[in-house]
Ligand binder design. Structure first.
Ligand SMILES: Nc1ncnc2c1ncn2[C@@H]1O[C@H](COP(=O)(O)OP(=O)(O)OP(=O)(O)O)[C@@H](O)[C@H]1O
Ligand SMILES: Nc1ncnc2c1ncn2[C@@H]1O[C@H](COP(=O)(O)OP(=O)(O)OP(=O)(O)O)[C@@H](O)[C@H]1O
Ligand SMILES: [Mg+2]
Ligand SMILES: [Mg+2]
Lengths: 258, 258
């Protein structure tokens, strides 16, 4: 039975996609070679492009799958560079928001879809858009846990309570098993006083829910997507690659304990 | 007659709010002391908090104004720290997306609202959420120009065409006068090869539409919002303050020529 994790935060630019792509690739590269599926649920289609799959030529995307126009198996593409399966997305996905709002129990759609294929994977990661809309609610309804990438800055910290309220609402309504998998500090610059202050506040409030792994600001993470590769393919020796390999280990240890 | 500018980009975390708050404050502080209104159209309510206004206690926000429950004049609050008027926002605004989709010509709602007060201001800036949804379409329909903050990185550049398509669509349907006011390079780090490559591509494609003013990465810009202040109030001598004062000048020169 697959472990399904939504990677969500309505605050923009906190490293959701960078985490989804690189964690997926690092999990797939780990010792036991688990089978990994990455679902792109953001109309920007960044996770799709970051894995080297062209969102503009994809014949089928998460849009058609969510609206039951195409079977999910027929929409999956294999990413050579990340060695994972990907359900691609592009701008058409914007149309799914409205369609699912009007549908009966539209928030369950992704969970229904994953029900058909989850036995074929060990990990399923879902990259969410920067909003608390129907697409993110679909991801939270389908997932067992939510990983929250967070930049250690004021606006990102300020928005955390709204996200936690939404998680709680989904737990009460469509997905009682949903738990917070962890808070991941991203783009962390230890020389920066603000970052250290915010990090200390997170540790105080959330304790062990905060991953020990800290993702540093590392330009190789920003360069890799322009080559359609995860950072372990682009520059394996970089601090960015090391930190995501460490995160994959920490996640696998946490999951074993649950 | 006010100059109305939407500050938009569906890519998250590119500096939309930082630009909206600091440009508004720098315009208000300029020689002729123009009257400035900042509209927060993002349910995150970051621009509201960045101006020192508490979004949680605001009695009226852009949500009630867009749904015609409260007159816009009754919802405006004065920001002491930025010396501007603000139409605040908070998480309730998420509800406006759905309500405006169902309303007749819901995309014109903000333009109707601004019609009542635009003669009282010289500049009206609109901070948009990280999506191409109904709220952003409202801003583009109400505005004369759109300012596009862009980080010089791959995913931000990649998403530009989708934003320009939306601008073109709004120009063809609800707002024929909408023009691209300019592209603003934000969080720019000149030591970073990727940033220089992307910047060169922007200048090649867009020429003089790209603002000469470059906003550098400067930690004072990230610290200021936690004090509810624009950077010219928090640290007037910082590179962040200097660059937004420069942008305000460049904008005023451009506007005069039009
Ligand atoms: N640790 C890091 N070091 C340096 N750059 C990073 C890091 N993580 C992400 N980036 C870069 O920062 C930008 C924002 O990251 P990313 O796009 O992954 O965030 P996001 O939360 O998915 O954004 P959105 O809200 O638009 O979906 C991207 O250009 C990315 O390449
Ligand atoms: N030039 C800069 N230098 C350093 N930090 C910056 C700069 N501009 C913005 N920031 C910080 O980067 C983060 C992202 O900026 P901001 O929130 O303004 O972007 P946004 O586009 O409004 O994000 P969203 O898509 O969530 O609305 C914030 O924490 C902000 O304080
Ligand atoms: Mg993303
Ligand atoms: Mg913002």
């Amino acid at each position: 039975m697959a472990i399904i994790i939504a990677i969500a935060n309505q605050k923009g630019g906190v490293g959701k996609t960078t985490t989804a792509v690189n964690l997926a690739a690092c999990l797939a590269a780990s010792k036991l070679k688990p089978r990994v599926l990455l679902i792109d649920l953001d109309p920007q289609g960044n996770a799709t492009m970051g894995c080297g799959i062209d969102k503009r030529t994809a014949k089928a995307t998460s849009y058609e799958v969510l609206l039951r126009q195409i079977a999910v198996r027929d929409a999956l593409q294999f990413s050579e560079s990340a060695n994972i399966q990907v359900l691609p997305a592009n701008i058409d996905l914007t149309g799914a928001e409205v369609a699912l709002l009007d549908a009966d129990s539209g928030q369950h759609r992704l969970r229904e879809v994953l029900g058909q294929i989850q036995h074929e994977f060990d990990y399923i990661l879902i990259d969410c858009p920067p909003s608390l809309s129907m697409l993110t609610v679909n991801a939270l309804t389908a997932a067992q846990g939510v990983m929250i990438p967070i930049q250690c800055e004021y606006y990102a910290l300020e928005g955390l309570s709204a996200l936690l309220d939404t998680v709680e609402k989904v737990r009460r309504t469509t997905n009682p098993k949903l738990r917070i998998e962890g808070l991941l500090r991203t783009m962390f610059d230890p020389r920066n006083r603000l970052a250290n202050e915010v990090s200390a506040q997170l540790l105080e409030h959330f304790g062990s829910i905060v991953y020990k792994t800290l993702i540093p600001r590392n330009v190789r993470l920003a360069e890799a997507p322009s080559h359609g590769q995860p950072v372990i393919g682009y520059d394996k020796t970089s601090k960015g690659a090391e930190s995501y390999l460490e995160l994959a280990k920490e996640l696998q240890q946490r999951v074993r304990k649950q």
